[in-house]
Design a protein around this ligand. Structure first.
Ligand code: 1HE
Length: 263
């Protein structure tokens, strides 16, 4: 394990393990509630990830992934400061969603409010059976501000999100995997190892392919179909033209590369 080459606050820790940066929310006494310092540091981390990192895993210390926004910071904030605060979260999470590296979240315990928004900005989510999802903003008299209206509504559907906010409905890990909150469901304590294994796999892809997956795919999916199909053709041609693609295709044709296998 190597220490990262960037300064982090006490609420965040990072280890670099063979090209995988493992970022830990580290404020378990407050259930990894996210204050401004932490959100800003998350933004800086993903804008400039540790040298040598090829994928990132993010997880939470203690019994919960994250209790969301640090509610102690909210009582004094006026409307103008509220907009700036939400935009701070947007900038930080945009750097996760549209950064240079695949990001995999390990979810356990409470994944609520801003914690769920953080999870929704990652590319792959691995849920342990203890994970549960909620948007308590409805009952706290506030509104989501960390991107859930855009990202979570796309993952689980606008009306499911409406229900969560209007009625306080929560979802558990098992139903969550069927509904799009996570792509994987694992036993308690197995999430980190699973996420690191997935990160290693993603890190083996050609960098240009990962660029296309992280940057082109979500934009194509959000575009009108005609524009999306054109963007897909352009991206496909760019990827195919790379030396790495040619080398990988040659390796397959010469029987030096693995076959697709279902396990
Ligand atoms: C907190 C926070 C927090 C806990 N801000 N301090 N988020 C929420 O509305 C969720 C609020 N939290 C909870 O519902 C529960 O804490 C949990 C279900 C997450 C965990 O329960 P539990 O029994 O393990 O912990 P606890 O005893 O409730 O909390 C332990 C301590 O953490 C306690 O402080 P202490 O000084 O009394 O020990 C809690 O006050 C503190 N704590 N959660 C501040 N969120 C960009 S906009 C996003 C908008 C939102 O995210 S709204 C959702 C906010």
């Amino acid at each position: 394990m190597q220490p990262p080459d960037i300064a982090l606050p006490d609420t965040l820790h990072c280890d670099l393990q063979d090209g995988i940066a493992v970022l830990r929310l580290s404020r378990p006494d407050k259930r990894n509630a996210l204050d401004d310092v932490t959100v800003r540091a998350i933004g800086r981390f993903f804008a400039d990830p540790p040298e040598g990192a090829r994928a990132v895993v993010i997880h939470g210390e203690g019994d919960h992934f994250s209790a969301g926004l640090d509610l102690t910071s909210l009582t004094e904030r006026d409307t103008e400061a509220g907009i700036a605060h939400s935009r701070l979260w947007h900038r930080a999470f945009e750097r996760i969603a549209f950064g240079d590296l695949p990001v995999i979240a390990v979810l356990h315990g409470a994944v609520v409010g801003g914690g769920l928004e953080l999870a929704a900005s990652t590319h792959i989510r691995v849920a342990e059976r203890s994970a549960f999802y909620a948007l308590p903003e409805g009952s706290r008299g506030i509104y989501v501000g960390g991107g859930a209206s855009v990202r979570l509504s796309r993952l689980i559907g606008v009306h499911r999100m409406m229900d969560m906010m209007l009625t306080g409905r929560t979802y558990g890990a098992e139903e969550g995997v069927a509904l799009g909150f996570s792509q994987y469901l694992v036993e308690p304590g197995e999430g980190l190892a699973k996420a690191v294994a997935l990160a290693r796999r993603a890190a083996e892809n050609a960098p240009l392919t990962n660029f296309a997956i992280l940057h082109a795919l979500p934009r194509i999916a959000a575009a009108d179909p005609e524009t999306g199909l054109l963007m897909e053709s352009l991206m496909a041609a760019i990827a195919q033209g790379s030396d790495e693609a040619k080398a990988r295709l040659r390796a397959f044709l010469e029987k030096r590369a693995g076959k697709v296998a279902h396990s």
